[in-house]
Design a protein around this ligand. Structure first.
Ligand SMILES: [Zn+2]
Length: 467
């Protein structure tokens, strides 16, 4: 439902920075001009009189949320576009209520580890994106001289792996590389985002290939996460770098983070919908749609992640959408072996993060405002976009989502907009349906290509805006 601006969106359940309440939201020129009392604004009349025709969208009891900010998405284009691309990933994002994504620096070729690599990414994405799009850089062995130009060119920070990444062109950092990269990032004031698994612990773990998930889980023990995080925190403490632990899967790392914070180390962490909503006990033999690294762990661990989330120990819940083709997933329904050891490790479900998290959050007594903090305002703050993204507040972009908290739907992989029909949520019934996604006040119609694409814009960190 595209509408002219200025416009009013009215909901009895608007999720505002200070909580959920009935409100009218006035939109002008793509921004939220004002949040007013429910029923107090009339589009095209009253205080809008003489300013052109407006529209009023009354959502009734359907909730109005700020668009989600997903700071952890692997788009893979160019180079592995058959795994995922800008058009398909951002269309899935829009359909799932995500209005800003930040693309990871690897799995595309070239990776985003040089200014030239960033330029290739930006050129490739141009005109393809359905939602706003920004980029992470990568810190790999030998590219310390590239970090400053990448930072100036507008990446949101730098990703490093402490264990092999899964692709040859994005090698992991050893102790000396990590030290050098973090020292440079401390100098630049950049955010270092880290895949924290320890290669020595992984190498010592039992390696039993096959279709049994418990064997795969044993090959990626929680100790790999805690060892890597401990090492990272030491380096962060020495260099003064700001570090962010990506996709925390094991709750055992949380005490380490608490101690480091108490010690003055600047460390934040994220977790992902799949760690919060799925559990090792449920993974069927051979269903490699569930494979990711670090892995989905047991139910007791999942409960501990929820407790940490409730206590504010995670800054963000983000998708880590990292798809591949079904054949690389070795999925049995595509004739694959279902071997967890050999399958590509990555969860594809960008479009389902909001309903997946809401389904489980509601069951555990959480509110929509909590989900908005974890998936919208939290990640926006992580990447410095507070004031522009992640809130229904005056001055923010009018990136909004009409969300029916009670709408139930069954997941069919082939109906999702990401490129390949793979998802571990296939066959599940989730609560929470995205009815409309607005990007800067314009409804994105994901059913009617290519309307939405005209709306999307690049996003940059505030310090480098316009550079
Ligand atoms: Zn990732």
């Amino acid at each position: 439902m595209p509408f002219r601006q200025p416009a009013v969106i009215r909901s009895r359940r608007a999720v505002l920075p200070d909580g959920e309440r009935p409100a009218d939201v006035l939109i002008r020129d793509g921004r939220i001009e004002r949040v007013a009392a429910y029923g107090s604004l009339t589009a095209g009349a009253g205080d809008l009189a003489g300013r052109g025709d407006g529209d009023l969208v009354d959502l009734g009891d359907t909730a109005l949320l700020p668009g989600l900010v997903d700071t952890h998405v692997h788009v893979n284009e160019p180079g592995r576009t058959e795994w995922e691309g800008f058009a398909t990933a951002t269309r899935a994002a829009a359909a799932g209520g995500v209005t800003t994504i930040i693309d990871m620096p690897l799995n595309s070729v070239p990776p985003t580890t040089t200014p030239a690599g960033l330029e290739v990414k930006r050129k490739t994405a141009e005109g393809q994106a359905w939602v706003d799009l920004g980029f992470w850089g990568g810190a790999v062995p030998g590219n310390v001289p590239d970090l400053e130009p990448l930072h100036r060119a507008g990446v949101f920070g730098f990703k490093s792996f402490l264990a092999p990444s899964g692709v040859d062109e994005f090698p992991h950092v050893e102790a000396a590389d990590l030290e050098a990269a973090l020292a440079e990032q401390a100098r630049l004031g950049a955010l270092a985002i880290i895949h924290a698994e320890d290669p020595a612990v992984l190498a010592a773990a039992p390696q039993q290939p096959g279709v049994h998930y418990r064997d795969f889980l044993a090959s990626r023990p929680a100790g790999a996460e805690t060892a890597a995080v401990a090492r990272l925190l030491d380096t962060a403490r020495r260099t003064g770098a700001r570090v962010h632990i990506l996709h925390v899967s094991s709750a055992a790392v949380l005490p380490l983070l608490r101690r480091a914070r108490a010690d003055g180390v600047q460390v934040t962490a994220e977790t992902c919908p799949h760690y919060l909503t799925l559990a090792a006990e449920q993974v069927p033999d051979g269903d490699t749609a569930f494979k990711c690294c670090p892995p989905i762990r047991d139910e007791a661990n999942r409960d501990a992640l929820w407790e940490a989330l409730a206590n504010g120990e995670f800054s963000a819940v983000v998708s880590d959408h990292s798809p591949s083709t079904p054949d690389l997933k070795l999925l049995p329904e595509y004739g694959g072996s279902g071997d967890f050891a050999a399958a590509w490790g990555g969860i594809a479900s960008l479009q389902l993060g909001l309903p997946a998290v809401w389904t489980e959050a509601r069951r555990r007594g959480h509110r929509l405002a909590d989900v908005v903090r974890w998936m919208s305002s939290g990640p926006a703050a992580l990447v410095g976009l507070t004031g522009t993204k992640g809130a229904i507040a005056a001055g923010c972009d009018a990136d909004l989502v009409a969300f029916d908290p009670d709408g139930e739907f069954a997941v069919h992989a082939a109906e999702l907009h990401h490129r390949n029909p793979v998802t571990p949520y296939a066959g599940r019934t989730l609560s929470g349906a995205v009815r409309t996604t607005w990007l800067r006040g314009r409804a994105v119609d994901t059913g009617a290509e290519p309307f939405g694409r005209q709306l999307a814009r690049p996003v940059n960190p505030p310090a480098t805006e316009g550079s």
